[in-house]
Design a protein around this ligand. Structure first.
Ligand code: DC
Length: 223
């Protein structure tokens, strides 16, 4: 019997657009490893702040990056990045990290340091017996896996996204982060050509997942 093909599902979008909820559910439904690349940028930001490195000090960022070692732990269906053997906790959702993460993420050398690591998650998924990857972020369908089997771009009305974040009890200037993430020179947040764009403003998570799952299942079904 032929084995199932390995699939990569790229899910991009701005803050609180619905990426995490949908990619988690899709990873369950299709036996995929869930990779939240925002958590990588957040963990790295928390570590650099801990070391007293400012985002404006690029030489210090580069020196710190050269000294850090990245590893991966698979926790259930989720991939977690460890830095020098330590997996960051809730501090990656702190206000300090929320405020700094887009500034660090705009540094090309920092993005370059995570590029191969993110692509390597496909090997991690294969080694752990997953059928593929559900990877969420800002540049997955444009830069990390431009040839992904499925590429989705989620977006929602700004007021609705603020409401979602407030509901999570987080202090997060999401519009400012979106502005910085969309206007940076390297790998800006944008809907890549050919990706399926989905407006999640008025849709339930279940309805959005259904739309994505239907597209995936239709392509996986033998002709
Ligand atoms: O998904 P998130 O809101 O937790 O991401 C936090 C920040 O990380 C986001 O504002 C920009 C950065 N990021 C990025 O630049 N590229 C990615 N692929 C994922 C996140």
């Amino acid at each position: 019997m032929p084995s199932s093909p390995f699939i990569i599902v790229a899910i991009d979008g701005g803050a609180a657009s619905g990426k995490s909820s949908t990619s988690r559910i899709l990873s369950e439904r299709f036996n995929l490893l869930h990779v939240d690349t925002g958590s990588y940028y957040r963990a790295l930001t928390a570590e650099l702040l801990r070391r007293g490195v400012a985002p404006g000090d690029v030489p210090a960022v580069k020196a710190a990056l050269a000294a850090l070692r990245f590893g991966t732990r698979v926790n259930g269906r989720s991939s977690e990045m460890d830095i020098d053997g330590h997996v960051a906790g809730d501090e990656i959702r702190s206000r300090e990290v929320n405020d700094a993460v887009s500034h660090f993420s705009a540094i090309p050398e920092l993005r370059a340091a995570l590029l191969a690591y993110q692509r390597g998650q496909a090997d991690v998924a294969q080694c752990h017996g997953f059928r593929g990857l559900a990877m969420e972020g800002r540049d997955i369908g444009s830069v990390i896996f431009p040839d992904a089997d499925f590429r989705f771009f989620l977006h929602a009305d700004p007021a609705e996204r603020s409401r979602r974040r407030a509901g999570q009890g987080q202090q997060d200037k999401i519009h400012e982060r979106d502005r910085l993430d969309s206007s940076r020179k390297t790998a800006p947040l944008s809907c890549p050509a050919g990706a399926t764009s989905i407006d999640t403003t008025l849709a339930s998570i279940g309805a959005v997942v259904q739309q994505m799952a239907t597209a995936i299942a239709a392509k996986l079904r033998p002709a």
